[in-house]
Design a protein around this ligand. Structure first.
Ligand code: C5P
Length: 226
């Protein structure tokens, strides 16, 4: 079973994807990590993220191991990493270079320890539209800008990352705009995605709501096939 979860930053995709991967015993692919890895590598090498030639080179040479190593850098999850990821991810050739690696995972999904899984949960922006257009189930998880900025601000505070709510809100607005207005795979729900607005939901309500939707869909498919 392949499930895709797309949506804007801090909408609740990561928490949901992790909970679903545990509940249904599916591998989890956080596709934002590869764009963050390419973006951060650009920053660390002193290139501007918009430099297509360098970004493409880095994307073509990106490996799972390098991505995991970059993920321990303090700026991997900070706004610096987020903005750099958003900029490199707007470059078509970079997206193309990173597509196969993402699609291959659905053919051979594995858990973090390398053991085989019977399917995968994808978390990203275009996983239901571009990466896995034939996924069994697609969700588009969203929430109001203010709620998402509040969540991200609290996450940063918990990690002792120095910032202000206003800065987080502004960065999120810039990233949302870039992600949804770019020509290459703009952020939008797949036509067959179920849209879930988590603005008024806590984590447990969000997870239970989506599990109920999955169960309903699985029951429907079972009835259709018998
Ligand atoms: O999900 P996360 O915030 O880690 O993603 C970082 C950035 O990577 C996003 O703002 C977006 O620009 C880009 N991204 C993307 N396509 C994906 C996942 C992430 O363009 N499938």
């Amino acid at each position: 079973m392949i499930i895709t979860i797309d949506g804007p930053a801090a909408a609740g995709k990561g928490t949901l994807a992790l909970a679903l991967s545990k509940h249904y015993h599916l591998a989890y692919f956080d596709t934002g990590m590869i764009y963050r890895a390419v973006g951060l590598e650009m920053v660390l090498k002193g290139y501007i993220p918009e430099d297509e030639e360098q970004a493409l080179k880095i994307a073509q040479n990106m490996t799972f191991e390098r991505m995991m190593s970059l993920s321990t850098h303090p700026d991997f999850r900070s706004d610096i990493g987020g903005q750099a990821a958003s900029k490199v991810s707007a470059i078509s050739s970079v997206r193309q270079a990173l597509l196969k690696m993402q699609q291959d995972f659905s053919l051979n999904p594995v858990f973090a320890d390398g053991t085989k899984a019977n399917g995968a949960i994808y978390d990203g922006r275009d996983t239901g539209t571009v990466v896995c257009p034939n996924a069994d189930l697609k969700f588009f998880v969203t929430a109001s800008l203010e709620v998402r900025a509040q969540r991200r601000f609290r996450e940063f505070q918990a990690k002792s990352i120095k910032t202000s709510y206003q800065k987080v809100l502004e960065d999120m607005m810039t990233r949302d705009k870039r992600d949804s207005e770019r020509a290459a795979a703009p952020l939008k729900p797949a036509p067959d995605a179920i849209v879930v607005d988590t603005s008024d939901m806590d984590e447990q309500t969000e997870i239970q709501t989506v599990i109920n939707l999955i169960e309903e869909r699985l029951k429907k498919n079972h009835t259709k096939n018998h």
